[in-house]
Design a protein around this ligand. Structure first.
Ligand code: F6P
Length: 321
């Protein structure tokens, strides 16, 4: 009987549980034994591997976080621990692994494929920073979370005629700021891909003051060079307009996954099982979405594909604000 395992690693993302459910249930449905690994690569090194039953996957589709736990493993950078992790799987007769996570998680998994384990990577990160796929699981939910917070902030900013900077996550990728800024009607978007123009920020705030605008919402990526508190002081100092900032932090990583993320997770999880089912040789692939199609490609190619920032969407967001 074919045995496969699944793990989640790196920063959690809403929809990870829906992928675990899809992988495990599609696998069991196809007659496989499916194993869960706790705490990502850390649990793999420590042999925290257990068989998943159909009933273990009930009641998790709608939940954020990950039922398997996650971690950023320092040990997994060292050969001796990677060898141990691979041995733990092979000793149980498991030679196929579905890896759910982002860029760092994908890179880590290449070490296992070099040790005789088939790898299928499923992209799940709120950052949407994997260039080979249009979207990653968790991104849509995070955008919706930020949108809902922006509408709260808009109320209080209007009431007090303030400028408010909303700092969102995303590492070096501005997508979360871009999509939530566009949808939230932000007055300015600050993203790592576009150099910050302080003069433009000041002019925007001043234009608002002159036209009697009640508030300014600035959505800023965490990856932008200038620290948020410095920017807050600078705007208030130069324009005289009261300015506040909110760092959304982990709030945007939790929560129930959106319908779109649940669908994406189910399709990608099932596709991962299909790829492993039909292959006896060692494979190393990543799954993604392009347009409406669920795609797969060699893992190395996926990792090397740099994300391209959508400048047109950025310009549009500014035109419409
Ligand atoms: O990669 C997801 C992410 O949430 C990034 O947006 C953020 O920079 C990072 O993880 C935070 O990592 P940690 O959970 O280790 O603090």
């Amino acid at each position: 009987m074919k045995k496969i395992a699944v793990l989640t690693s790196g920063g959690d993302a809403p929809g990870m549980n829906a992928v675990i459910r899809a992988v495990a249930r599609a696998g069991i449905f196809s007659g496989m034994e499916v194993y869960g690994i706790l705490h990502g690569y850390e649990g793999l090194i420590d042999n925290e591997i257990f068989q998943l039953k159909w009933s273990d996957l009930g009641n998790i589709m709608h939940t954020g976080g990950t039922m398997l736990g996650s971690a950023r493993s320092e040990r997994f950078f060292e050969d001796k621990w990677i060898d141990k992790a691979a041995d733990n799987l092979l000793k149980l007769g498991i030679n196929s692994l579905v890896v759910i996570g982002g860029d760092g998680t994908f890179r880590g998994s290449t070490q296992l494929s070099k040790r005789g384990i088939s790898i299928v990577c499923v992209p799940a990160t709120i950052d949407n920073d994997l260039g080979y796929t249009d979207y990653t699981i968790g991104f849509d939910t995070a955008v919706n979370t930020v949108l809902s917070i922006i509408s709260h902030i808009r109320d209080t900013s209007s009431a007090h005629s303030r400028t408010t900077i909303v700092e969102v996550m995303g590492r070096d990728c501005g997508d979360l700021a871009l999509f939530s800024g566009l949808g939230g009607g932000a007055d300015l978007l600050l993203v790592p891909e576009i150099p910050v123009d302080i003069q433009q920020i000041i002019e925007r705030v001043r234009e608002g003051q002159v036209s009697g605008k009640l508030h300014n919402i600035i959505v800023k990526s965490e990856g932008v060079d200038i620290p948020t508190d410095e920017l807050e002081e600078l705007i208030e100092g130069v324009t005289g307009q009261e300015t506040r900032s909110v760092v959304l932090s982990y709030i945007q990583r939790g929560g129930s996954p959106s319908g779109r993320d649940r669908t994406l997770a189910s399709l990608m999880g099932a596709k991962a099982v299909k790829l492993l089912e039909g292959n006896e040789e060692i494979i190393s692939v990543a799954i993604g979405i392009r347009g409406e199609d669920i795609i797969s490609m060699p893992l190395e190619t996926a990792i090397q594909t740099k994300p391209v920032f959508d400048k047109n969407l950025y310009e549009l967001a500014l035109v419409l604000s």
